[in-house]
Design a protein around this ligand. Sequence first.
Ligand SMILES: [Zn+2]
Length: 448
Amino acid sequence: MGCCKAAALAAVLGVVAASGLAQNVGVRPSAGSIAQTQEAQAEPVHRWAVPNVEFLESGGVSAGGEVFATVEDYVQSDIFREHGMRCPVNPTEQDLLLADAMLRSPSDCSASFTSIEPEYDPANGAMLRIPVVVHVIQRTNGQGFIPESRVRSQIDILNEDFLAIPGTNGAPGAFAGIEFFLATEDPAGNPTTGITYSTNNTWYNDGGSYWNSLAWDPNRYMNIYTNSASGNLGYVPFLPQTNPSGIGLNSDRVVVLDSSFGRNAPIANYDLGRTATHEVGHYLGLYHTFNGGCGGGNCYTSGARVCDTNAESSPFFGCSGGRTTCGSPDPIDNYMDYSYDICMNKFTPEQVNRMRCTLFNYRQNLYQIAVTGPCSPADATTDGEANGEPDGAVTLSDFSFYLTLWSASDAAADITTTGVCAPVAGGGDGVDLSDFACYLAVWSDGCP
Ligand SMILES: [Zn+2]
């Protein structure tokens, strides 16, 4: 405990731990900032006309009146490329402006702009851990089955890419401080592998609103489904910013083509798990690198809404470099392009900033703050059951409870006005989870 504030917080937390109280005060500081005015949409926004795609019993694919013998033939076809089937998450500029016009109060990472802030820098906060459930959907003939080992490899890849783990394919990227793990408790609190298996031919072809049968509380779990993905490599139905009222609904999900899921997946060029990395990028608020083409003017309010990815006039397929479609090298190594898996290997620092901002502002109940090492008494294990959280997790509701005690016992401890984390909080903007993330980082730094 290096500093007085940490010591004071320790005292407060000690009170809670000693009392063994189980309470959830239910404070959600930023909930009011999320617009509730838009209808939830279950289908992704396509910019291009979409061919009617059906995965056939034979293992082939029917698309736009053509039949391809294999899924791999299909994903290498002109139809696949020309219709944006790599990933159809391409809202128009009008969509983005409309979404922001309906916001009651803006965030730093809205649909139409990004404001890079130090409070979203992973260097100033704790590791954010996201529980994942993977729903594997297969046909009655077995197509779509993914062994547990390959599901687990996909989670490993997400972590390699989001944590830029040295020695892995994701090493060149920016460290996001966002970690994924297969859920160890289901919504009822029972032990689980975090993987479900279903057999349904309609669901395999991405029909039948399977999410209403399969979803685990999308506010608290990232739900990934594998199936035909409607002929895309993957998609999310919306970005949190473009459809805030859809957040937490059963349809709030990530969908990935089964044959592009996990390490050494079956189809060439999309076999290293980067489809999921790309789609989770959308799920956390990122746009394609080619969004808005070359953009114009302010790179925080046009194009991909970050300034450290070069603009690009159109999606890039493949690996060979050298394109300069907007006067600078195209960012074909970025996870948010359409490049082959082996060639995409980075998120940029500003993309990371926007993703952490999205978690803090749009998905507050999704993540847990990692607590490890000798400071584990800060861990809110005592109310784990009350909140339905896995033991060992510190979540917003835990901190809300602590804050109540904290404020009652020592008004001067208000972290909006004093303390080492005050500059991060921005002053007067209330106490939110990012404040506590900062506190937790300070707390951990003080550990022996
Ligand atoms: Zn995409």
